[in-house]
Design a protein around this ligand. Structure first.
Ligand SMILES: [Zn+2]
Length: 105
């Protein structure tokens, strides 16, 4: 059995509204977290306005600090965990043993 951890989010972040990619070090400031969506500085004002109109401001969980970049904001809201762990197995028996304790499911 082999476990590998991949760092996914270090190079860039993507806006959940318009899918624009903001690379690490990109200078654009701002953004909001609407439920679990990270919305970039271009999208955020539209979402803020719509939330206000429909009384959905409670869904805005966080906002970028005044000098915070969108990239930095998304990294912060993720709590610094941008990794995904993959576990691979040598063969079927090793897999079954790991998940089912050797018993056939
Ligand atoms: Zn956007």
């Amino acid at each position: 059995m082999k476990t590998e951890v991949f760092d996914l989010g270090d190079a860039s972040v993507e806006c959940d509204g318009c899918s624009k990619v903001y690379a690490k070090g990109s200078p654009q400031k701002g953004g909001i977290l609407f439920e679990s969506k990270g919305l970039c500085p271009v999208c955020a004002p539209k979402w803020e306005e719509r939330a206000k109109r429909y009384g959905e401001e409670k869904f805005i969980r966080d906002r970028a600090a005044p000098e915070e970049t969108f990239y930095g904001f998304v990294m912060r809201t993720r709590g610094g965990d941008n990794t995904m762990t993959f576990t691979t197995f040598e063969n079927k028996d090793e897999f079954l043993k790991h998940f089912f304790g050797g018993k056939k499911p």
